[in-house]
Design a protein. Structure first.
Length: 190
C-alpha cells in the first residue's frame, strides 16, 4: 500500500477509499432462485398459487386417501407433472405409481413395465409410453380413488384403484396394451 504525504504537515494519510457502485446479487444466485422456482412449479408444489385453492384442503384429501371402505368423492381436475424420482405433489412416477396431494399411490389393479429397473430397452420404452399416457388420462377428468382389501404395499404406497370420471385408469392402460392386470409379483416384459 502506498502512502502519501498529506497537506497537514508530516502526517501520513491513506488516500480516500473509492466506493464501488452497488451491485445486485451474483448471477448464479439468480439462476438458483429461478431454477428452484421452476422445479417447484413443475412438481406441483406451487399449484395452489396459480390455480387458486385446489379442491379440498390437503388434510381432507389425505384423509380421503387413507379411507379403506369406500370410493372417495371425485375431486376437480388436477394438473399432473412427471416426477421420476423423489416425492411430489400431483405427479406421475411411472405407469402405475403417482403422487396425489402429497401421498404416493400405486394403481392396485395393474402392472406396467419398469422405467427405472428395467431388464431390456423394449421394457423401458413401453414403460415410458405408459407413464406419458397415465399423465394424459389423469389430466382428462375428475379423479376419485377406490380402496381395495389392502391399504398399502411393502414400500408404503397406498394401494388404490384410480378412477377418472368414474372409469378405471388401469383398465384404460390395459386396453391400450400399455399395462396388464396385476398378478401378485413382478413378471418379465422382455
Amino acid at each position: 500500500m502506498r502512502k502519501y504525504r498529506g497537506r497537514q504537515g508530516s502526517q501520513w494519510k491513506r488516500p480516500p477509499k473509492r466506493l464501488s457502485p452497488r451491485r445486485g446479487p451474483p448471477a448464479f444466485v439468480l439462476f438458483l432462485l429461478v431454477f428452484a422456482g421452476t422445479i417447484a412449479v413443475t412438481q406441483g408444489y406451487l399449484s395452489g398459487w396459480f390455480e387458486g385453492v385446489s379442491g379440498r384442503p390437503l388434510a381432507l384429501v389425505s384423509a380421503a386417501i387413507a379411507e379403506t371402505s369406500e370410493t372417495t368423492a371425485p375431486s376437480k381436475r388436477q394438473s399432473f407433472s412427471f416426477c421420476h424420482t423423489g416425492g411430489g405433489y400431483n405427479c406421475v412416477v411411472d405407469g402405475d405409481t403417482i403422487w396425489l396431494a402429497g401421498v404416493k399411490i400405486r394403481l392396485a389393479d395393474i402392472d406396467t413395465p419398469e422405467t427405472h429397473d428395467y431388464r431390456c430397452q423394449a421394457e423401458k420404452d413401453l414403460g415410458d409410453r405408459a407413464t406419458v399416457r397415465l399423465r394424459e388420462i389423469l389430466q382428462s377428468g375428475s379423479i376419485s380413488l377406490k380402496a381395495i382389501d389392502r391399504d398399502a404395499d411393502q414400500y408404503g404406497r397406498k394401494l388404490r384403484i384410480v378412477l377418472v370420471d368414474g372409469e378405471s385408469a388401469g383398465e384404460t392402460l390395459v386396453g391400450e396394451g400399455l399395462a396388464r392386470w396385476y398378478a401378485d409379483g413382478r413378471r418379465p416384459w422382455c
